[in-house]
Design a protein around this ligand. Structure first.
Ligand code: HEM
Length: 532
């Protein structure tokens, strides 16, 4: 198998290049800057750029006093000990010039760029590395997705993770037009005949393309918003795609992919989570056999609060069945406040004598467990992609902080205890990405049925291992970031969110313990008698 060429060099900005009015910059001597050292006439230098902060000093979230202390001076070290570098991009309007003879050293990422921080990218995106798995079309899709997420999704994510409102509908619709929503459903017939972003041919789209889409979207570092961004579709639409009637498919799929309608998967209840067989929502057939009457409740339903359709697990008396329930009379949803943002639309759903046509049955009556279980593999694999990308992003945050933060007169990275934590993060993430890529490679060579038979155990193990590792990384990351790791906003924003929300992956889609056990039970089933 041919290896691919390493990634080409990407462009970064220097601090002076973040200036809004680049064509009006002047060159100042350090002596000239030093004269502007009062609260109402306050200049500072950050890595070769001169900032006039006279109008900002009273607005500075860190207070006026700290700025007055460095007025007229080079405040580069103080600045990078306190702020994320993207602050400079946001406040480029205050740059008035550069410092005579001073070369900027710091580089800032521009939208779409790969990170130059070691271990911040998977090895196939790191300079000098090769991979047997990725082709040019994967690379071009990655480039497109990175830029799209940086430019279009990140701001929306940061805003709604905080305000708790659903992701912007126009953004979802734009993702629909670009076929991003369809790509999130995996290599399905939906993509055939299409030309996808990055010039990827729909017929060639494979699980590595999907891995890229998921891992790039996860880089927003906002777990609640990531689920709000049609997480319900990723798990709620496959039962319709794989088990719905042609009529249902035509009616539902295009609208959901276009972002005009929302769908969710309604399985868990207050009574039963991972214990799917213990569900209590009932669906009784009407005497004329034309409808089901559904009664019951569902809890923790991602996107449920704004969903138009509910792919719902119900008890039909002869076992579990899956039913597509449209929002209508008797369906009510209430937001549940969880540890992550309500932008995910997590809901408590009640079905009160809801009349549903029998044509909305997904699969066969009484055979719903098969629909539920066959859905799980893909859902869990998607969560693995997101979890590894999330952990990697946190390791990058820690690596940056360890280099820019000084404590006891030295950068944190000079402390062996900090290096030990970073080493453990890097090694775990690299192992997980390799494990994930191996299973993804197997998926590209297996049918859906083979995946269900052979990979259910390994994917369960991988997901459980991903979330175990995420927990350990969250713990170490908070210790490295200190107070900032438990403060919303500012320098530790991503670490704080990660440590608060990483447990979602350890619970949703099958609890960690259940999945570790599934891995062993599946292996045990295949244990040959001959060796006993
Ligand atoms: C270009 C100059 C500066 C800008 C645009 C700026 C902007 C900001 C912003 C937006 C925050 C809120 C937190 C965040 O988003 O990171 C902040 C916090 C802060 N800034 Fe600045 N700042 C500048 C320079 C400085 C300098 C030179 C110092 C120190 C001498 C300083 C000290 C602080 C402190 C102590 C905080 C609170 C940090 C925390 O809570 O951890 N800032 N600044």
């Amino acid at each position: 198998m041919a290896a691919i060429a390493p990634p080409s060099k990407t462009k970064y900005l220097t601090v002076p290049e973040t200036a809004t009015k680049k064509d009006q910059l002047k060159v100042f001597s350090k002596d000239e800057v030093a004269k502007h050292n009062k609260e109402d006439d306050l200049w500072i230098i950050v890595d070769g750029a001169v900032y006039d902060l006279s109008k900002f000093v009273d607005l500075h979230p860190g207070g006026a006093h700290v700025l007055v202390q460095v007025a007229g001076k080079d405040a580069t070290e103080a600045f990078f000990g306190m702020h994320r570098s993207d602050v400079l991009i946001k406040y480029g309007r205050y740059v008035i010039g550069t410092v005579e003879g001073q070369k900027p050293r710091v580089i800032l990422p521009t939208p779409g760029t790969l990170s130059p921080v070691p271990y911040a990218e998977p090895s196939w995106l790191s300079e000098g590395y090769y991979s047997p798995y990725y082709k040019d079309s994967h690379r071009s899709l990655q480039k497109f997705m990175r830029k799209f997420v940086d430019e279009e999704v990140k701001d929306d994510a940061n805003m709604h993770e905080l305000d708790g409102k659903r992701p912007t509908v126009e953004l979802i619709q734009k993702m629909g037009k670009l076929h991003i929503n369809a790509m999130r459903m995996g290599p399905t017939k939906l993509l055939h005949g299409l030309t996808l972003p990055g010039d990827v041919k729909g017929d060639e789209f494979d699980y590595f393309h999907e891995l890229i889409v998921t891992q790039e979207l996860s880089r927003i570092g906002a777990r609640g918003y990531a689920d709000g961004l049609q997480g319900g579709m990723v798990i709620g639409l496959p039962p319709v795609m794989n088990f719905g009637s042609d009529k249902l498919k035509k009616e539902i799929i295009p609208d959901v992919l276009a972002g005009k309608k929302w769908i969710c998967l309604a399985i868990t209840e207050a009574f039963a989570g991972s214990d799917v067989a213990g569900l209590r929502t009932t669906a009784k057939k009407t005497p004329d056999g034309k409808h089901y009457i559904v009664n019951g409740t569902k809890k923790w339903i991602t996107n449920g609060h704004f969903a138009d359709y509910f792919s719902t697990a119900v008890n039909t008396g002869n076992g579990l069945s899956m039913l597509l329930i449209p929002r209508g009379e008797g369906v009510e949803t209430k937001q549940i406040k969880t540890s992550y943002s309500t932008t995910a639309g997590t809901a408590y759903v009640t079905f009160d004598n809801v009349k549903v046509p029998v044509e909305n049955l997904l699969g066969k009556e009484g055979k719903g467990l098969f629909v539920v279980l066959s859905n799980f593999n893909h859902e869990r694999w998607v969560m693995c992609c997101g979890s590894v990308a999330g952990s990697r992003m946190i390791a990058e945050e820690c690596m940056k902080w360890a280099h820019q933060r000084r404590a006891f007169g030295k950068p944190l990275i000079t402390q062996a205890v900090i290096r030990a934590k970073l080493a453990s993060m890097f090694a775990k993430i690299e192992a997980l990405q390799a494990y994930l890529e191996n299973l993804t490679f197997q998926m590209t060579h297996m049918t859906y049925a083979q995946q269900a038979d052979i990979l259910a155990g390994p994917i369960g193990l991988l997901k459980a291992q991903c979330t175990r590792v995420a927990g350990e990384i969250a713990d170490d990351a908070v210790q490295i970031l200190g107070g900032r790791g438990i403060t919303q906003g500012g320098m530790g924003v991503y670490v704080e969110r990660f440590q608060r929300t990483q447990k979602f992956d350890a619970i949703l889609g099958g609890a960690e313990e259940v999945l570790f056990d599934l891995g062993v039970r599946q292996a045990s089933r295949k244990m040959p008698q001959a060796v006993l």
